[in-house]
Ligand binder design. Structure first.
Ligand SMILES: Nc1ncnc2c1ncn2[C@@H]1O[C@H](COP(=O)(O)OP(=O)(O)OP(=O)(O)O)[C@@H](O)[C@H]1O
Ligand SMILES: [Mg+2]
Length: 441
């Protein structure tokens, strides 16, 4: 609609003005409608029913403004000229009048010295019925353009264009929505990004070129974040690794000391530092290894049995037992053996710490790859169930430990696509549950 109305202003008039004039582009074309309106407005019917043209104020003003203006109105059937018409002008059309109904024709009189003069002949519907109208020789004035544009903007035109506009708007709506769809998809992916899924890249192939630079900048920013995170992970891993040797030396020196109370205290402190270090290394290792790819397949029953066999002597020495229950068929999961060792050892150690003397800690593996580590100690209060997985959180300082074990265990499980949570043992105690991601065959 805008294009339709603005074409005269944006295309036709500049063309006429700068390009030279031909029959279409003479600016005088724009005057004919106004001239015809002035003439039709001057129509009068006399008492005897006959029509004539009166020299109205408007007509006089138009003539004054356009000294060469001429006009004629005639009965379309008979060709009879209405009084007030220019006979000389009508004479040019004599052969046509009566025989031809002219719907609209632009003309130039060839004997006119002004090459730009334009006229218009057409059958016009007036308030007195259909009449032939001829106007000629109005000069171009800039306000003619506004007169003509104003005449365009009538209810019928707007109504006629409404369905078209609605259709165009609808098409644009779907086109814009369609072209932004990849951006919406990318946005929902961005929502899922966390420190473990930094490898994500916004797809740039289907995006409109206007937003491509933005998406490429986002991807470049992700790359910088990824590099920074990788640098920090490497730093943690290297520091933990570098600390291993001095701590091993420290432990060896403490072991050589003469047996006394100080030696026992130092040994406990050194073991604590060593445990934290080992845990940091385990965490750094899974971050290095799990870059984008899933863990390897692991037969869980066998792995658990090996861990329990290692812990059994310590359990006996502490007057506790470990019970193991697994289905007859192997349970295959996706996990790193060393990560499972770290997680399960920590859970069994925690359980043995709270298990009453003479009791037994149960480890149960089910066919759907869930491992329960069950103890019969004080259990975990409902309000502590989330806190126990926070780093360095410990219920009381009276028990040994750093409070890192469960936080690391949970992270290791999640990095392998599994889960770790705590429940209550029926009859009292805590049951820690591990869910592994199963190997698809
Ligand atoms: N089986 C359990 N029964 C009751 N409380 C538990 C049990 N396991 C863990 N907790 C509580 O959760 C806290 C955190 O456990 P976590 O394994 O993270 O650390 P820790 O055993 O104290 O130290 P670390 O494992 O780092 O040597 C423990 O200090 C204890 O208070
Ligand atoms: Mg622990």
């Amino acid at each position: 609609m805008l294009a339709y109305f603005s074409t005269p202003l944006t295309v036709q008039i500049p063309l006429a003005f700068f390009w030279g004039r031909d029959h279409r582009q003479a600016l005088e074309v724009w005057t004919t409608k106004r001239a015809r309106d002035v003439v039709v407005d001057a129509l009068r019917r006399d008492a005897d029913g006959s029509l004539r043209l009166e020299l109205t104020e408007r007509l006089r003003a138009h003539q004054e403004r356009n000294p060469n203006f001429r006009f004629a109105v005639f009965e379309p059937q008979t060709g009879a000229l209405l009084p007030g018409s220019s006979e000389a002008l009508a004479a040019h059309f004599k052969p046509l009048i009566g025989d031809v109904e002219v719907y609209g024709s632009l003309f130039h009189l060839t004997d006119d010295k002004n090459p730009n003069a334009r006229g218009y002949v057409r059958t016009t519907l007036t308030r007195y019925g259909k009449l032939g109208t001829i106007v000629y020789g109005s000069d171009f004035h800039w306000d003619d353009i506004f007169y003509q544009l104003h005449a365009y903007i009538v209810t019928e035109n707007i109504l006629a264009f409404l369905p078209f506009c609605a259709l165009v708007s609808l098409i644009w709506f779907f086109v814009i929505r369609g072209s932004l769809a990849p951006l919406h998809a990318a946005a929902s992916n961005v929502r899922q990004i966390n420190i473990d899924t930094l490898n994500w890249q916004a797809p740039s192939s289907e995006l409109p070129s206007e937003i491509l630079p933005f998406v490429e900048e986002v991807n470049a920013a992700f790359q910088r974040v990824r590099d920074g995170v990788a640098r920090q992970r490497r730093f943690t891993a290297n520091s933990a690794h570098e600390l291993r040797t001095p701590i091993a030396i420290l432990c060896a020196r403490v072991d050589k000391m003469a047996d006394d109370a100080l030696k026992i205290e130092l040994q406990r402190d050194a073991t604590r530092i060593k445990t934290i270090l080992e845990q940091l290394l385990v965490l750094a290792q899974i971050e290095e290894r799990s870059e984008g790819k899933p863990p390897p397949a692991l037969e869980l029953g066998g792995a658990l049995l090996a861990i329990i066999a290692d812990l059994m002597p310590i359990a006996y020495a502490n007057n506790r037992q470990i019970e193991f229950d697994a289905p007859d068929v192997g349970v295959s999961v996706r996990a790193y053996r060393w990560a499972v060792e770290s997680v399960v050892t920590n859970l069994i150690e925690n359980a043995m710490r709270v298990e009453p003397p003479g009791g037994f800690v149960s480890v149960r593996l089910t066919g759907d790859a869930i491992v329960d580590v069950i103890d019969h100690g004080p259990g975990i209060a409902l309000e502590d169930r989330d806190m126990i997985f926070e780093p360095f959180w410990r219920k009381s300082d009276s028990t040994p430990g750093t409070g890192l074990g469960l936080a690391i265990a949970k992270e290791l499980m999640e990095k392998q696509g599994g889960r770790l949570w705590a429940e209550e043992t029926p009859g009292g105690g805590a049951t820690f549950k591990l869910a592994f991601s199963r190997e698809e065959n």
